[in-house]
Design a protein around this ligand. Structure first.
Ligand code: NOJ
Length: 581
């Protein structure tokens, strides 16, 4: 066993201060400009994190009450999904005013206070910018509707006459990311059917025209607005979709690189180069994080060239099944693709759009695809929980930045029995009720064992905007806080060790086919981080095979995902271990 308390399972069981070690209490200006290369970034979905005012909806007051929790968890930054004024037709990704906080969440002054308070605790803030579309309630879109066909106001969007004699046919047959068409027809003031407008998502989210100088200027100003308020960076929503081929052709059957009319167009890179210049103009350069869903890793990493984004979410890894070959391949491809551009990889197990890992990994098909989501998929939650714990240690041991979606540190499962009439996600509605949608991973967090909303809001307050399962008290922060075998305890230990373990600060990873004197097969992931003269290095072993793997002789177990109260004799199926060989 290691003598270091921060890395020793036994002593960690009794050491509550460990998780605060290794971090400065506040972030000072100019400190660690490359923090984003290895940061742990916690995603807050404000609507569901904590409800400070008791109206049933999470808010900034709730987040401010729990900043200490996030500090103790060991995160470096918080990414807030949109908190701006919005009709919340798509959970806030339908923004009506990018410079104001939605009154349900609080005020701009509260956001400023939150950013400053978090910073005092050593936590940076990343805000979500939604550049592809606005809310239909945004003043620009209202003006465009009012101004009518041919007006300059409409040029900021994609208004087109319909095809066919009466203009009743869709301008293109593009398919929306939320299913169905991407066009909605307007009605002229005299009541006759008018032009159509483009929306890659819901009709309440009209797409902006990124060829228009107003659109580019406005977004650079929005960036400055939040950077001036202390935001350390932005998460860029739907980052590969902004630019469209102005001829609006149909989507070719097999589009080559840059040939798709609305995905991954080459002109996008100019937008992000301009944004990078804005981010770099600050004394402490701000960080650009892209939401880039692209199957081609080389096209993906083009967004990460040194004068574009700093990082982008690695969805390839997230979508892979719990299978050693698939995960090894994804890790290798990811690291190989990032190396030439010098950008760090990111590791993401989930977010507010995808099925929670505990549920996903408990299924016969443990991969993730939006199109495959269905009600009633059989799930073994015990299996899923074991694997999700192992996955947490796996991703925490990989080189790069780590994202943790709120509630994953509690091992929350997807809530799959929400009453249909309460589901708000447009993906559910637009699928004709076939796709369960994404609300199952957005259910308000449980903070306490009891209380009318398990501590999400004040006791006796309005019920949470989505109902929590009756058993969630047992998964609450309070229930897990002092339980050394809890998923929360595992996350705290892993994030503490990520800070204090020098081997994990090394950018390299070496695959191993043996751990010490023990050879490992194809269904076991084994890799080393760091190590060299005078530094011991760290080995991560994840057993995805059916047979237990013996521990190498004399191995020093730093951390493992099995029950820490029992001695670890062998690495059982679906267990991850960090070792010092
Ligand atoms: C990606 C966001 O993560 C998702 O929640 C949203 O619905 C779409 N972009 C559209 O903004």
């Amino acid at each position: 066993m290691s003598s270091s308390c921060a890395l020793c399972v036994t002593s960690l069981l009794s050491c509550s201060s460990t998780r605060r070690r290794g971090r400065s209490s506040s972030v000072s200006k100019g400190q660690d400009a490359e923090w984003w290369r290895s940061a742990v970034i916690y995603q807050v979905y404000p609507r569901s994190f904590a409800d400070g005012n008791g109206d049933g909806t999470g808010d900034l007051a709730g987040v401010r009450q729990h900043l200490g929790y996030l500090r103790d968890l060991g995160v470096d930054a918080i990414w807030f999904t949109p908190w701006y004024v919005s009709p919340l037709a798509d959970g806030g990704y339908d923004v009506a005013d990018y410079r104001a906080i939605d009154p349900q969440f609080g005020t701009l002054a509260e956001a400023e206070a939150l950013i400053a308070e978090a910073r005092e605790l050593g936590i940076r803030t990343i805000v979500d910018v939604v550049p592809n579309h606005v809310s239909a309630e945004h003043p620009w879109f209202r003006d465009a509707l009012a101004a009518g066909p041919g007006s300059p106001e409409r040029e900021r969007f994609w208004f087109r006459p319909g095809r066919g004699e009466g203009g009743e046919e869709l301008p293109t047959r593009w398919v929306s990311d939320f299913q169905g068409t991407t066009w909605t027809r307007t009605t002229d003031p005299d009541g006759t059917p008018g032009e159509w407008y483009l929306h890659l998502f819901a009709p309440s989210q009209p797409d902006l025209n990124w060829d228009h100088p107003d659109v580019r200027r406005e977004h650079e100003e929005i960036l400055r607005f939040w950077f001036d308020r202390g935001a350390a960076g932005i998460r860029i929503d739907s980052a590969a979709l902004l630019v469209k081929d102005p001829a609006l052709p149909e989507v070719p059957e097999h589009p080559g690189p840059g040939e798709h009319p609305h995905v991954d167009r080459d002109e996008l890179h100019d937008v992000y180069r301009a944004w990078r210049a804005v981010a770099d103009s600050y004394d402490e350069p701000r960080v650009l994080v892209g939401e880039v869903w692209l199957p081609d890793t080389d096209r993906f990493t083009r967004f990460l060239r040194p004068d574009e984004m700093h990082t982008a979410f690695n969805f390839d890894f997230m979508a892979r099944p719990w299978d050693a070959k698939a995960l090894r391949e994804s890790i290798t491809t990811t690291l190989d693709a990032h190396a030439p551009v010098g950008a760090p990889a990111t590791w993401v197990l989930s977010n507010h759009d995808v099925t929670r890992p505990v549920t996903r990994y408990g299924r016969a098909d443990s991969s993730f695809a939006f199109a495959a989501k269905r009600f009633g998929t059989p799930t073994d939650l015990d299996l899923g929980r074991r694997r999700a714990r192992a996955a947490a240690l796996l991703v925490a041991a990989l080189p790069g930045a780590l994202y943790v979606y709120q509630g994953d540190e509690l091992g929350l499962p997807e809530v799959e029995d929400l009453p249909r009439e309460l589901i708000q996600d447009p993906m559910h509605d637009r699928s004709g009720g076939i796709d369960p949608g994404r609300d199952g991973c957005r259910v308000p967090l449980p903070w306490t064992r009891g209380g009318s909303s398990f501590g999400f809001g004040p006791d006796g307050g309005a019920p949470p905007w989505l109902p929590q399962p009756a058993a969630w008290g047992g998964l609450s922060v309070e229930a897990q806080d002092a339980d050394l075998a809890s998923t929360l305890a595992l996350y705290r230990r892993a994030l503490a060790a990520r800070r204090t373990e020098p081997a994990l600060h090394d950018r390299r990873l070496r695959w191993l086919d043996a751990v010490g004197d023990v050879p490992v097969g194809d269904d076991v992931l084994a890799f080393a981080r760091g190590g060299g003269p005078g530094t011991p290095g760290l080995v991560c072993v994840v057993n995805l095979g059916p047979e237990p793997v013996p521990l190498p002789a004399d191995a020093d177990v730093v951390l493992h995902s099995a029950d820490p109260r029992e001695p670890l004799a062998r690495i059982a199926t679906d267990v991850a271990v960090w070792l010092r060989p």
